[in-house]
Design a protein around this ligand. Structure first.
Ligand code: PLP
Length: 388
C-alpha cells in the first residue's frame, strides 16, 4: 500500500511533466493539490512577529514549554469548541506539529494486535501508518449509493475505527445522527474512534457535526485529531492538536494519561512562536480574516460544482468541504479521465482509484487553487464534457 501511494503521486507528476514537454504552450491548471494557497492572515502574522520579539528579551523569553502545549492555546481552543456546543477541559487538549504526526503517533498507545477499520476510499496516511506497524486492516466499502458515507456493520469487528468528516478525498460529511450510530457501535464493540476533523472549518450546514464530541457518548469512545493547516493555512507553519477525553478508558487504562505519558516521553512541544500564531486564529480579527480565506476557497468549490451541475455530472462534496468528488463522465475509469482531462482541458486532478478500490471511476478536484484559474478550469471542463 505504501508503494501504491507513492506510485499515485509520482505517476501524476510524471504524466504532467511528459504532457508539458510535448505541449510547451499548454496552460496547465492544477486542481489536484490538497495544500492551501492563501497566505497567513494579518492577525496571525502580527502574533508571529510579536512572539519573535518576546524571544529576543530576557523578561519574555520562552525555553522549553509544557509538552502538551501552552495554556493560552488550550484556553483559545476550549473557547472555539464552546462555539459548537462542546465543553472540553484544558488538559484534554494536546498541541502538536500537525494532524499527520498525531495520526501516526497516537497508534503508540494501541497494541499491534488491534484490528483497524478504515473507509475505502481513504486518506492514505491511515493505511500506511497501520501497514508500517503490522495491524490488520479492514476496509469499509463506500459508494455513490451511500453518498460515500459508510455506516456501521454489526458483522464487522474492529478495535480502532477511522472516521474523517468532512472526508478527504470524497468531501462527504456526516450528520450528528449518523455519527451517533458510529458512537453506539464503537461503545458496543469496545472500539476507539479516531476522528479526523481536519476539514471541520468548511462546515456551514448546521445538521453536520464539526466535532465528534457534539455526539452523546463520544467522550467514552473517541479521540479527535485536528489541524490548523486548513482552517488557517498552517500547512507550512505546522500546528495541530489531539483531544483525548478523561472518560476514555480501555483495559483498565486511561487513554488521556497514556497519551500524556507518550507525549512527555517522545515529544518536546511545538515552538512558542507557532503556538502564539495559532492562538491568534481565535481572536476576533483572526476569526474574521480566516473566514475571508475560507470563503475564497468555498467560492472556488462552488464554481467547480456549478460547472458540473450544468453538464449533469454526479459529485459529492463541494459544499461543507474543499473537495469535489465526481463520477468520471462517459463511463471513464479514473486514470482514463485523468489523461482525458489533461489533454482536453489542461487540468490536473487526482484519480479516485488512487485512494482505494472503491474510488475507481471517480475523481477528486480541490478548491484550494487560485480563483481566476479555477474559473478558467471550470469553464474548460464544462465545455469539454458537453462534447462527450
Ligand atoms: N488529515 C487529513 C484528512 C488531511 O487531508 C490532511 C492533510 O491534507 C491531514 C490530516 C494532515 O494535516 P496536517 O497538515 O496538520 O499534518
Amino acid at each position: 500500500d505504501n508503494l501504491e501511494q507513492s506510485y499515485l503521486f509520482s505517476t501524476i507528476a510524471r504524466k504532467v511533466r511528459e504532457y508539458s514537454e510535448a505541449h510547451p504552450e499548454a496552460d496547465i491548471i492544477r486542481l489536484g493539490i490538497g495544500d492551501v494557497t492563501r497566505p497567513l492572515v494579518p492577525a496571525v502574522i502580527d502574533a508571529l512577529h510579536a512572539a519573535v520579539e518576546d524571544q529576543a528579551k530576557q523578561e519574555t523569553f520562552h525555553g522549553y514549554g509544557d509538552e502538551q502545549g501552552y495554556g493560552f492555546l488550550h484556553e483559545a481552543l476550549v473557547g472555539y469548541y464552546k462555539t459548537h456546543g462542546v465543553e472540553l477541559a484544558t488538559n484534554e487538549i494536546f498541541i502538536s506539529d500537525g494532524a499527520k504526526s498525531d495520526l501516526g503517533n497516537i497508534l503508540d498507545i494501541f497494541g499491534t494486535d488491534n484490528t483497524v477499520l478504515v473507509p475505502d476510499p481513504v486518506y492514505p496516511t491511515y493505511v500506511d501508518d497501520n501497514v508500517t506497524d503490522g495491524r490488520k486492516i479492514i476496509y469499509g466499502r463506500t459508494s455513490q449509493e451511500n453518498g460515500f458515507l459508510g455506516m456501521p456493520d454489526d458483522s464487522v469487528k474492529a478495535d480502532i475505527i477511522y472516521i474523517c468528516s468532512p472526508n478527504n478525498p470524497t468531501g462527504a460529511a456526516y450528520t450528528r445522527e449518523q455519527l451517533k450510530a458510529w458512537v453506539d457501535y464503537a461503545k458496543k464493540n469496545n472500539a476507539v474512534i479516531l476522528y479526523d476533523a481536519a476539514y471541520e472549518c468548511f462546515i456551514t450546514d448546521p445538521a453536520l457535526a464539526r466535532s465528534i464530541f457534539e455526539v452523546e457518548g463520544a467522550r467514552e469512545c473517541a479521540i479527535e485529531i485536528c489541524s490548523f493547516s486548513k482552517i488557517a493555512g498552517f500547512t507550512g507553519t505546522r500546528c495541530g492538536y489531539t483531544i483525548v477525553p478523561h472518560e476514555l478508558e480501555r483495559e483498565g487504562m486511561n487513554l488521556n494519561k497514556l497519551w500524556l505519558r507518550r507525549q512527555t516521553t517522545k515529544f518536546n512541544g511545538v515552538p512558542y512562536v507557532v503556538q502564539r500564531a495559532a492562538a491568534a486564529v481565535f481572536t476576533e480579527s483572526g476569526m474574521a480574516e480566516i473566514q475571508a480565506n475560507l470563503d475564497y476557497y468555498r467560492q472556488n468549490a462552488k464554481v467547480i460544482a456549478d460547472a458540473l451541475d450544468e453538464c449533469g455530472v454526479w459529485y459529492c462534496g463541494g459544499k461543507n468541504s474543499p473537495y469535489i468528488w465526481l463520477r468520471c463522465p462517459g463511463g471513464m475509469k479514473s486514470w482514463e479521465f485523468f489523461d482525458w482531462l489533461l489533454e482536453n482541458c489542461g487540468v490536473v486532478g487526482t484519480p479516485g482509484v488512487g485512494f482505494g478500490e472503491c474510488g475507481e471511476g471517480y475523481f477528486r478536484l480541490t478548491a484550494f487553487g487560485d480563483a481566476e484559474k479555477t474559473k478558467v478550469a471550470a469553464q474548460r471542463i464544462k465545455a469539454a464534457i458537453q462534447t462527450l
